[in-house]
Design a binder for this molecule. Structure first.
Ligand code: TRP
Length: 363
């Protein structure tokens, strides 16, 4: 049977809100292609969402359901891939617990994103409340000093440095190894996390003297740069996104807001496409984008006309997705789909847990 000989790919996404074009071009388009070549497990990482946002969890369940409909609409196929909700398959937590017995805390502290992300979380929490932020930092410093820790270990004493947050890479390692994934599609920035997964797998196998866990390999997928409306990376936290299923009116308004070359004021001023957001989107949606860039440089087209054409091109590609999304919302119960996916995932996960528990001497 062909399916059984295919290498397994695992990937997850946090249910943090509706998907945008940065998610689409950066991740989801690749997922759709991966389905042709691999046995794919795609899951909604709801426990992961809690590692950084336990205080804002009220939309997780609703976002999970919306995300599944988004996935279907862009072409992820539950007949070919398994999709499920992480918290439906308790083995993720069980394996994470066992991996936690062999993953040294020092490895987790060395994770380069730990301190960076923690700082980012602090900034978000105390946005516009400078004195509260200073106060929290003061408490953190006092705690560190009381423990005889130096500034390098300050992060550990933050009220947001929870066990779940520090252990996030361990849960991620469990997500991957539960399905014997050969590959994990990632961007280069996530390589340290995957390396950590590999180190944990190796240590586990060595400690228990059995090659029970598979070391996952990175699968570097190419994806274009998708700027947000303001020219920074498209990201929900910057408020500069265009939703994949944005309605026609919203799409038009947003394209009109896109940052363009500030030196091009009059229609016939010569433009500089590098750094222009509308030009970046022509690259994605206009097969003749090279000709457009040349026209821009020569001052043969104004930004208004350029954006007008972009709106038409984007609308042509996005309207069918939007229609499909609406049809799916009316006809598919995402909870049913998730339940069916969870049953398939659980079959693989429980077999793996039996082997792992045996290796660890529990049964
Ligand atoms: N790290 C991903 C994120 O935060 C989600 C994720 C969780 C994941 N577990 C995973 C991705 C396993 C790939 C494999 O968005």
């Amino acid at each position: 049977m062909e399916k059984e000989t295919k290498s397994v790919v695992v990937s997850g996404a946090r249910p943090t809100g509706r998907l945008h074009l940065g998610n689409y071009w950066g991740t989801l388009r690749n997922w759709v292609d991966l389905q042709n070549k691999y046995g794919c497990y795609f899951f909604v990482a709801d426990w992961h969402a809690l590692t950084t946002g336990a205080d804002k969890s009220e939309n997780i369940a609703a976002n999970t359901r919306e995300m599944v409909l988004d996935w279907l609409a862009i072409g992820l196929d539950p007949e070919r891939s398994v999709f499920f909700r992480q918290s439906d398959v308790k083995e993720h937590a069980e394996l994470a617990l066992l991996l936690g017995m062999v993953a040294p805390i020092s490895w987790l502290l060395r994770n380069p994103t730990f301190k960076d992300q923690l700082q980012e979380l602090h900034k978000q929490k105390y946005k516009g409340q400078e004195d509260k932020m200073k106060q929290a930092e003061g408490v953190t410093k006092q705690l560190a000093e009381a423990h005889g820790h130096d500034a390098g270990e300050l992060a550990l004493h933050s009220d947001m440095a929870t066990l779940g947050f520090l252990g996030y890479p361990v849960l991620q390692a469990a997500d991957i190894m539960l399905y014997d994934a050969r590959f994990v599609p990632i961007g280069r920035d996530q390589l340290p996390h995957l390396e950590l997964s590999r180190d944990i797998a190796r240590r586990f196998n060595h400690m228990f003297g059995a090659p029970v866990l598979t070391e996952p390999e990175p699968l570097f997928t190419s994806s274009p740069v998708v700027p947000g409306l303001d020219g920074r990376k498209m990201s929900k936290s910057y408020g500069n996104t265009i939703g994949i299923f944005e309605d026609a009116k919203g799409l038009e308004t947003k394209v009109k807001k896109m940052y363009t070359d500030p030196l091009k004021v009059k229609v016939d001023d010569k433009g500089h496409p590098e750094g222009c957001v509308a030009c970046a989107f022509h690259k994605l949606y206009n097969p003749d984008w090279k000709a457009r860039e040349a026209e821009c440089r020569e001052g043969k087209v104004g930004c208004g006309a350029c954006k007008k054409q972009l709106i038409e091109l984007m609308e042509k590609e996005l309207a069918p997705l939007r229609a499909r999304r609406a049809e799916l919302a009316a006809s598919v119960n995402p909870e049913e789909l998730l339940a069916a996916g969870a049953a398939k995932a659980r079959a693989a996960a429980s077999a793996k847990m039996a082997a792992v528990s045996k290796a660890a001497g529990l049964i």
